[in-house]
Ligand binder design. Sequence first.
Ligand code: SAM
Ligand code: SF4
Length: 335
Amino acid sequence: MFMKDTYGRTIDYLRISITDKCNYRCVYCMPQEGVELKRHEEILTFEEIKFICEALVPLGLKHLRITGGEPLVRKNASFLIQTLKEINGIETISLTTNGSLIENHIEKLLETSIDSINISLDTLDEQKFHKITRTGNLKDVLSGIYITLEQIKKKQKSTKIKLNCVLQQHNWKEDARNISSLAKNEDLYVRFIERMPLENMNEEGIFQEQVLELLEKIYGSYQKIDIDKHIYGHGPGIYYQFKDLKGKIGFISALSHKFCDSCNRIRITCDGQLRLCLQSSKTYDIRQLIRDGISKNELTDYFSEIIQEKPKEHIFQKNCGAGSIEAKSMSQIGG
Ligand code: SAM
Ligand code: SF4
């Protein structure tokens, strides 16, 4: 069965935030002082997360992404990944992480059947990295990336590694050049994510065309890749192969190349609030339904009804400002 919304879009992808805690304070994601954290009892348990996924599978859910906050600060995240991957009907499971803690988790993560790991990395300049993340240390993330690549080769895993880069205005060309160079000899996917207007709204993002023009000068001609979703993931990324790069370059351009008409995803926040669109403020309290004793079949029926309320498109550019996403930071929604 395929879950279709009112606009004919197939919904088969769920982003699950498993914590609102994060060891970083990225300038585009959350305020310096952090966000007000949910109480322990407000956070979905692993059993509740599994229950939600199992209720969505009969409607066509196939792909899961675990995110946060920083998902690896939650104890036993690998165990959850394994549990969810074992659900009949789930085809792929991925993780989005800032990479700072991955070194201690990679063995366990690779023992699960995780399909891809996205690691956020915006610059190779140590001071700038610290300035962007406010608390981070670039060395932790770089060693995390290298150890991850090494372990994948050693254990002959097919897990894909993607680097997510949100470019900052200041010296963006240098950052784009340096980050993309990591894919020169590695089969890595470097993805440039257009900054969305949440925190620090005075700063505009860097757009896809600007980056493509720069990279063409460095790596020669490029070709758009026909997407094999099993390799490139099930999200909105557009990928290119450059002549002088082994890896691939991707773009997620929610503003300049709006992809709402093919949006296939819904989101669950760590406290069990369903969001049908990243930008829409409307939420549905799934946690309460579960704690009130709804059966799995009843939850399936409930999902199939409310999916029809998924908005046609985001309205970021018409409504730029903290209020445009109900003053929530990206870390509270899960990106
Ligand atoms: N902590 C993990 C990380 O940083 O990868 C996972 C959660 S984070 C909210 C998920 C993704 O959202 C990251 O790739 C991050 O770069 C991105 N993100 C956060 N704020 C953003 C913004 N304002 N615009 C675009 N992407 C943003
Ligand atoms: Fe934390 Fe990720 Fe947000 Fe940075 S982008 S503050 S690492 S949740």
